[in-house]
Design a protein around this ligand. Structure first.
Ligand SMILES: Cc1cc2nc3c(=O)[nH]c(=O)nc-3n(C[C@H](O)[C@H](O)[C@H](O)COP(=O)(O)OP(=O)(O)OC[C@H]3O[C@@H](n4cnc5c(N)ncnc54)[C@H](O)[C@@H]3O)c2cc1C
Ligand code: SF4
Length: 429
């Protein structure tokens, strides 16, 4: 059987591993370790915050090594998951189909989405878990004709304890993440090498021969007939650049900004996050307790249980780049205008809840949906293969997305990775 190497175990990588094992002898290379949910009681970081010890968001990585934090020059916080399951382990479980733009390019993923809905349980049956404040915000958004929709969630939400800690990993096993697919791949016989960071793809005579990977200080060449990169929107472009394959300066990240206020007994910090959403052309709005802002932003000074917050998730201009491993990403004037428009709607919602606009405060801008640096075009609608890649090297993660969606991308990345896998089986098995 031919050998395939898959880099990364997030939404794209775990999917490709599950789909390809059996057709190929799959080896999965993962830079991080096994994922463990953040185990501490949140009163501990709350105490550290009061003592003034939480002054830099990067400190999270010490307590929670599966979360990677970076800062841009403009102080935007970039978040991604590192370890088995990639960023899906710290997601909030939102399960939206977001392939309209891909369809316009001629990429029809109907079959792949059908498969996904057979494999991953998706539900909107979680309203019994909502707090009173959320119910009220839902009513307010209906009054304002904002057409709120209950968020589809992936997983077994009958197990959800509404603890509000989704972004720290689910201790109840309620939320679905890509470790489910990873486990299936391993059960079918795939091999996984953890703490193995891929540096570059080795190319000889126009073909990818293998990857150079570093594990515990030792660099080795691992050879394969087929190589699939799924190291995520921040990781894959770095590997490609080191392999002398340039990407496009089209990085997007879906920035998040929260508009918050003190609201006694809101308990949003102990509630299923993003229970409903309001979709607009360039952003979505959703109730969300932002742990990052709460612990690190001085404006978030009241007790966690007494904060009410609305999240804005923006579809940003894809004008970022990664060069020599450094991420360049700033909000454009258009991004800022759209954010202001969204802030005004959130403020009006909180005002209708009974809060004075002068008492509202903003969170720290953070982002965790990177992608777009090797975007698919209509020319690659069938092959899903960018011609600048050697013929036996594919990408199967958010790097392929043609534009920022300002929306949860996991299901769409999984659908794309499924299609990439089918193409690989047809051409290379
Ligand atoms: C806090 C947060 C909440 C989110 N919530 C949602 C949500 O509710 N719904 C949703 O749809 N999306 C959500 N997202 C976004 C979603 O999780 C990501 O967009 C998605 O997981 C990206 O998939 P990917 O395969 O591109 O990369 P990832 O899932 O990030 O996987 C990349 C993998 O590659 C590994 N890796 C990186 N570099 C290397 C290397 N050099 N060598 C080997 N391995 C490497 C990483 O450890 C990781 O396993 C959220 C993101 C964040 C940060
Ligand atoms: S809110 Fe529910 S799904 Fe999220 S971490 Fe808690 S138990 Fe898991």
């Amino acid at each position: 059987m031919k050998k395939a190497i898959i880099v990364g175990t997030g939404a794209g990588g775990a999917t490709a591993a599950k789909e390809l094992q059996g057709h190929f002898d799959v080896t999965i290379l993962e830079a991080g370790k096994e994922f463990r949910p953040f185990s501490f009681d949140l009163s501990i970081p709350e105490k550290l915050k009061k003592m003034g010890l939480l002054f830099n968001e990067k400190l999270i990585q010490i307590l929670f090594p599966n979360m990677r934090i970076r800062k841009t020059r403009d102080r935007m916080i970039l978040v991604n998951g590192l370890g088995h399951g990639g960023t899906t382990t710290i997601c909030t479980g939102n399960a939206l189909r977001m392939d309209k733009r891909l369809k316009e390019l001629g990429i029809n993923l109907d079959d792949e989405f059908e498969e996904i809905y057979r494999e991953i349980p998706v539900t909107t049956d979680h309203r019994s878990l909502w707090r009173k404040t959320t119910e009220k915000l839902y009513e307010i958004s209906q009054e304002m004709n904002l057409n709120p929709q209950i968020t589809p969630k992936m997983g077994h939400y009958d197990r959800c304890r509404s603890c509000g800690r989704c972004v720290l990993g689910c201790r109840q096993g309620a939320k679905w993440d890509s470790r489910y697919y990873l486990r299936m791949a391993l059960e079918k016989g795939a091999q996984m090498i953890s703490e193995c960071k891929v540096q570059r793809v080795m190319i000889e005579g126009g073909r990818a021969k293998g990857v150079l990977a570093k594990q515990r200080g030792r660099t080795q060449l691992l050879q394969a007939d087929l190589i699939i990169l799924a190291a995520g929107g921040f990781g894959t472009p770095v590997i490609l650049e080191r392999s002398d394959i340039s990407c496009e300066p089209h990085l997007f990240v879906d920035p998040v900004l929260c508009v918050a206020a003190e609201w006694e007994g809101s308990y949003q910090n102990q509630e299923i996050p993003m229970p409903f959403f309001i979709a607009r052309d360039y952003f979505i709005l959703s109730p969300y307790f932002d742990h990052l802002s709460f612990f690190f932003n001085k404006n978030w000074s009241c007790p966690a249980r007494d904060i009410v917050s609305m999240m804005i998730k923006l579809a940003d201009n894809n004008t970022g780049a990664i060069s020599r491993g450094k991420i360049r990403k700033a909000l454009t004037e258009r991004d800022k205008e759209r954010l202001s428009e969204a802030v005004a709607i959130c403020k009006e919602m909180l005002h209708r809840l009974g809060i004075k606009k002068k008492d509202m405060f903003l969170g720290t801008i953070n982002a965790g949906h990177p992608g777009g640096m090797l975007p698919l075009t209509e020319h690659e609608a069938d092959s899903l293969h960018n011609p600048r890649l050697p013929e036996n090297l594919y990408v199967a993660d958010a790097t392929l997305l043609p534009e920022s969606m300002g929306n949860p991308p996991i299901l769409t990345i999984i659908a794309l990775a499924k299609r990439v896998s089918k193409v690989c089986i047809n051409h290379w098995e």
